[in-house]
Design a protein. Structure first.
Length: 594
């Protein structure tokens, strides 16, 4: 019955387009989907008004052709949980995938992702570039570029030979991707997103015997902010303004849990080195570059025989702070980080929205990226996701009428259960696991400068909080632990001369030591002042979990006191494998951070 209805709708679509003078050959039996992700792009987009100097002509022209959501929020303010939620339809508080250190298939071994769902329903699914968190997940795609068997979503990208280029190394915790430069290379020599968008363009231009689900992952403006120099040219350093959301002392009315997340060492270091405006310049340049890459895809679609039968969705996985709330990067619950660009254009004649979207529509309702799965299956007339706990909410009612009633909240889950933000039309509420809270009136205070729960709140505001809290995730599933195999390894340095001293800085986390020597070893913490403290023996083939801080140094000795080597703790939880005497454990590529 359902398929008959769909067939009838498709006939209607064919007739509608033929009557406009297009040929029936131009039609696939079902609408295609072009699914475009831009990494780490906040609201510094022309049509969202986040920064007066930003240049995004292609996003702006796309917005004019479809629906722009001005109050869309990520499911989590970090790559891995945000993207996993979008592609599975399951929010982090239901899947247990809360953070970047977890591996998708450790936590959600059976989840069927969006491309596989489309393939199972008659589509050809393909992708290029970063769609998941530094993996391809080959089982989810029919085709990928680069080749999916390697499970690395990045084509060759130019990397300056000497790093860091701009930002001096600041300590053992230095985040090695925080760097920027205008490169003296062409787009083609740069590769990366240029190659991704070239491949996507080729797929859009060629004939297909099935409808397609085609996903394009543009990596910029993700760090490092290296892009060809022509993208820096519109942003002379002397003209650069920092983000309009910055306010000195903004954290003063934020409770301790928020202050802890807000103030971070990266921003402090960047300010100290006089690099703040250079960072802003480089982010703007990287956005301008990503927008140019988007333009290549939109142009290819424009020339494609599938132009009038393709749904286009553009989203970013989360926002970004460049000093706002003393923070650099992401991982926060503030709007600067949770609000994302979301643009959707639906052609006429698709099963779920025969009339298509109206060009130039703006929708201010609070929506979540977790709902894209159901939105797309509804639009294409496919069955809903079979994933347990997948969101059943579809944005189609808002694509039909941007002012439609929308009694829903957009939830952004932070890195642990019970820490989240709730966004509705006018209000935003942040709740931390320790019970700390913030409330903002977005209509009056779009940068969230005034926490209305600081000091004594009125009964009216407390009633508002109760209402927002009632929309929060109920019974969030626990954070799934990271298996040993998935932890980032620390480098073991064999003892040659003196072991360095600890320079501890930042908040503690766990490091798991594992002894693979054929003898017991003893673990010592090297104090900054020159002393040392034993933390006990680790037996042969055993592990030991130890709370420690960035910059701490741990020395390993044999049971009879011979110094074997040491580890320097980085800025995140990790494993420290004490090698068997022959092997040295090298640092893996730094891929677990975003
Ligand atoms: Ca990201
Ligand atoms: Ca404030």
């Amino acid at each position: 019955m359902k398929s008959m209805v769909i067939q009838a709708l498709l006939c209607y679509a064919a007739l509608a387009l033929m009557s406009e003078g297009r040929t029936a050959e131009a039609l696939s039996p079902k609408p295609n989907v072009l699914f475009i992700a831009v990494d780490d792009l906040n609201d510094w987009v022309g049509c969202l008004g986040g920064h007066p100097q930003t240049k995004t002509p292609n996003m702006d022209r796309f917005a004019k052709s479809g629906v722009l959501f001005t109050n869309a929020h990520c499911s989590a303010p970090a790559c891995n949980p945000s993207r996993a939620a979008i592609l599975s339809g399951v929010p982090p508080y239901r899947s247990g995938l809360y953070d970047n250190l977890q591996q998708l298939r450790d936590v959600m071994p059976l989840a069927e992702l969006l491309p596989r769902h489309f393939s199972r329903n008659g589509y050809w699914s393909a992708g290029s570039g970063k769609l998941l968190h530094y993996i391809i997940d080959p089982q989810s795609w029919d085709e990928y570029y680069p080749e999916k068997s390697k499970d690395n979503p990045f084509p060759l990208t130019y990397d300056p030979p000497n790093r860091p280029v701009s930002l001096p190394v600041g300590g053992p915790w230095q985040y090695n991707e925080t760097d920027w430069a205008a490169l003296d290379v062409t787009d083609e020599q740069y590769g990366g997103d240029w190659l991704v968008t070239k491949w996507i363009g080729e797929q859009l231009q060629r004939a297909h015997d099935k409808p397609f689900f085609l996903a394009c992952g543009i990596y910029k403006p993700h760090e490092p902010w290296f892009v060809p120099k022509k993208y820096f040219e519109p942003f002379p350093l002397e003209t650069i303004q920092v983000g309009p959301g910055y306010k000195v002392d903004d954290l003063d009315d934020v409770p301790p849990a928020g202050q802890k997340i807000g103030r971070n060492r990266y921003f402090e270091h960047i300010q100290k080195e006089g690099q703040w405006k250079k960072g802003v310049q480089a982010y703007l340049s990287s956005i301008y570059f990503s927008d140019a890459m988007l333009g290549r895809v939109l142009d290819a679609l424009e020339k494609s025989p599938q132009r009038d039968n393709t749904i286009v969705v553009l989203w970013s996985d989360h926002g970004w702070h460049l000093g706002e709330k003393e923070h650099w990067q992401k991982f926060t619950g503030w709007r600067q980080c949770t609000r994302v660009p979301l643009l959707i254009r639906v052609p006429k004649g698709v099963p779920g929205l025969l009339e298509g979207t109206t060009a130039g529509t703006v929708c201010d309702r609070a929506v979540s990226l977790t709902d894209l799965f159901r939105t797309l299956t509804d639009l294409c007339g496919l069955p809903a996701s079979q994933n347990k706990d997948a969101s059943e909410r579809s944005l189609v009612p808002l694509l039909r009428n941007s002012k439609a009633d929308w009694p829903h909240a957009a939830i952004t889950q932070l890195q642990v259960p019970d820490s989240y933000s709730v966004s509705i039309d006018q209000w935003r509420y942040i709740h931390y696991a320790n019970g700390d809270e913030e409330l903002y009136d977005i209509a009056a205070d779009p940068h969230e400068w005034t926490n209305l729960l600081h000091g004594k709140a009125s009964a009216e505001l407390l009633a508002r909080v109760a209402e927002l809290r009632a929309l929060a995730p109920k019974n969030p599933v626990p954070l799934a632990s990271v298996p040993f195999a998935s932890l980032t390894p620390l480098t073991f340095s064999a003892s040659e001369g003196d072991t360095p001293r600890s320079k501890p800085d930042g908040n503690p986390f766990d490091v798991t030591f594992m002894n693979s020597r054929e003898e017991n070893v003893e673990l010592f913490w090297m104090s900054p002042e020159g002393g040392e403290k034993s933390y006990g023996l680790i037996s042969q083939a055993k592990t030991k979990r130890q709370q420690t801080r960035p910059g701490a140094v741990w020395e390993v000795r044999s049971e009879n006191g011979v110094r074997l080597g040491s580890f320097i703790v980085g800025d995140r939880t990790a494993k420290a494998v004490i090698p068997d005497g022959e092997k040295r454990i090298r640092n893996a590529p730094n891929r677990s951070d975003k």
